[in-house]
Each structure stands twice: as C-alpha cells, then as structure tokens.
Design a protein around this ligand. Structure first.
Ligand SMILES: *[C@@H]1O[C@H](CO)[C@@H](O)[C@H](O)[C@H]1NC(C)=O
Ligand SMILES: *[C@@H]1O[C@H](CO)[C@@H](O)[C@H](O)[C@H]1NC(C)=O
Ligand SMILES: *[C@@H]1O[C@H](CO)[C@@H](O)[C@H](O)[C@H]1NC(C)=O
Length: 314
C-alpha cells in the first residue's frame, strides 16, 4: 500500500448540456486493487488535508463555500477516508447543477415531470464517463419544485408519492442505460444517496435537530441508524436492473460526517445540513470515483478529467 503524492493541480470548468462541473484537483496513483474502498473509517490527517484552499478556487457556489461564509473551525477539513484494505488516489472536487434524471417538459398547462421520458440521454451517451445521481430533489415542494405536474405511464397527475416517483424514474433510467449506452465505450457510475443530518437520534444524540454543533465525524465504520430507504432502493434497482453500472457507494461513509455540512455558513440564510462544505466530503467522493476509474482502466492510464460528465450533487 504505497502512496505516491501527486503533482497535477488544476481548477477548471466544463459546461455541458446546461450542467457544469468544477474540478480543483490533485492526483496521485492508487494501489491495492481488490479492496472495497467504501468500507473504512475517517482518520485525522493534518499533513495532507485539506487538499486545496477553497479561498483560491473561484468556482465554489454559495451553498458550499463554508469558510467564505464564516465557518471558523478547521477540524472538519483534515479528515481523510481510509479504506480498510488500501489507500485512495488524490483527485478533484466536482460539483454540479441539479437535475432529475428524467425530463421536465413545458406543456400548455404547465411544466411536466415525465417519469417515462429520458431525452437528455442522447447527449449523455456521447461521453466516455457518466456519473449520475438523483434523490434530494424528489422531495422538493413549493417554489423549489421545478415542475407542476407528473406524467406517469401516460397519465398526468398533480402529485404522487415521491419515493415511488423516484423509483420509477430510476428504473426508467436503468432501462435506458441497458438499452442505449455502449458499455465498451462509456463507463457509467451512479453516485449513491447523499445523507443529511437533522435528526440527532440517527447518530445517538436524541433531541439534536441540526448539525450546527457538529465538529467531529463519527468514529468507526457504521452509522447507528443504518442507511436511508432511498439508498436501499438505489441498490436494489442497480443490482437487479443494470449490469454495468458501478455504484459509488458513498452513503454510509458520508453519514459518518455529521461535521461536514455548512450549517449556517452558507450564502443563504438558514441552516443547511444537507449540502457539504467544499473543501470537504465531496473531495472523498471524487477520490473514490477516480479510484474506480483507475481500477477499471486496463492500461492504468489516468483518464482525462475534462471528458467527465456529471449530473447533480445537490
Ligand atoms: C488560504 O488562502 C488564503 C488566501 O490566499 C490565505 O489567507 C489563507 O491563510 C489560506 N488558508 C490556508 C489554510 O492555507
Ligand atoms: C439548531 O440546533 C440547536 C441546538 O441543537 C438549536 O438551539 C437551534 O435553534 C437550531 N437552529 C435551527 C436554525 O434549527
Ligand atoms: C428492477 O428492479 C426492481 C427493484 O429491485 C425489481 O422489482 C424489478 O423486477 C427489476 N426489473 C428488472 C427488469 O429486472
């Protein structure tokens, strides 16, 4: 398990199909091939973390820029994810504008979220690496809900159980991956559900209702409340409906990071225990993505980060 420190460092923006990706990266080489990188624990690492200074990255959006908005504790910046059997390579922060996987289309009577329609797929499948995720937006209501109706199997409804809608959209997406994406050309990843921290009982602090006082991760490798339902749905659908999608299984390791959210340190008013500070936990998600890319790449060559296409992280 050797660790080669990387030298490549870049901060760049890619615009693709109205989504954007930001990369501020430092790369080094992975070792230890047959290792479950999603099992491990957070270790304090004062030497190598944080991987970059967020004040020097001009692309960080208001939701994520904790240090700009006054988060003064620095402990959370120094945790490194340590898998049980290997080390991770070092790479990038990537974050993206937000999205349902299926289409929202304008009709005469309003905006319709179409659970069976996936037109954006035509653009996506041209890329070499696709990284998808969706979940949080499924529960948005009021002004944050970007559609007026849902179309489900040809029928227009005003609303429906959001977990069911999410499940149907994900199955539609899985069908698209299997029928339309060439697994020899395009590598497909699905980033698992990103957890929030508003319910202290989940981490053995009953009565706590937000993350404002959290400055340390959980120790160990398991989270007291287990995974959320959506994470189980994702696993079921990916394992039974797809053959070549790799799940970036970040749910549990992110649950351990109750200290990683902005709290009140964001560019909006209010408490945010849903998004993550950058630098922070999303850096580790990217290490894991890069680890998988290296492990799958037969030549062992580092892929070109600017060919990535990612859907939302929000
Ligand atoms: C980050 O960069 C800013 C501006 O260059 C500097 O003032 C600050 O001390 C740096 N922070 C760290 C932790 O290096
Ligand atoms: C956050 O939690 C603390 C204590 O757990 C509480 O005093 C505070 O009112 C909460 N803030 C918000 C905005 O919910
Ligand atoms: C897709 O996944 C769901 C949930 O796990 C399962 O019920 C269904 O049978 C699967 N469909 C196919 C075509 O494999």
């Amino acid at each position: 398990m050797k660790r080669d420190r990387g030298t490549l460092c870049s901060c760049g923006v890619v615009v693709a199909a109205a989504l954007y990706v930001v990369l501020c990266s430092t790369i080094s080489v992975v070792s230890g091939n047959n290792c479950n990188v999603y099992e491990g624990e957070w270790v304090y690492d004062d030497e190598t973390y944080p991987l970059f200074n967020s004040t020097r990255c001009p692309f960080i959006r208001k939701e994520f820029d904790c240090s700009k908005y006054g988060r003064s504790d620095h402990h959370y910046l120094h945790y490194r994810w340590q898998p049980n059997g290997c080390d991770l390579p070092r790479i990038s922060v990537a974050y993206f504008s937000s999205h349902y996987l299926v289409d929202i289309e304008m009709e005469e009577f309003g905006r319709v979220l179409k659970l069976g329609s996936l037109k954006s797929g035509e653009i996506w499948k041209r890329f070499d690496v696709l990284v998808f995720n969706t979940w949080l937006w499924w529960h948005r209501r009021g002004i944050k809900q970007p559609w007026d109706y849902i179309e489900d199997e040809g029928i227009i409804v005003e609303d429906m159980d959001r977990t069911i809608a999410f499940t149907k959209a994900l199955m539609r997406w899985a069908k698209w991956v299997e029928s339309d994406v060439d697994p020899y050309k395009t590598k497909v990843f699905f980033r698992g559900v990103s957890p929030a921290h508003y319910r202290g009982e989940e981490w053995n602090e009953p009565g706590v209702r937000n993350c404002s006082k959290e400055t340390r991760p959980m120790t160990g490798s398991s989270y007291p409340s287990g995974e959320p339902l959506a994470a189980k749905i994702v696993k079921d659908i990916l394992s039974s409906n797809t053959t070549s999608v790799h799940l970036l299984d970040i749910t549990t390791l992110s649950q351990l990071r109750k200290d990683g959210h902005p709290g009140t340190h964001n560019g909006y008013k209010g408490m945010d225990c849903t998004h993550w500070c950058v630098a922070g936990v999303p850096d580790t998600w990217n290490h894991l993505l890069y680890t998988q890319l290296l492990q799958q790449d037969q030549n062992g060559d580092a892929p070109d980060p600017y060919n990535y296409f990612t859907s939302d992280y929000l």
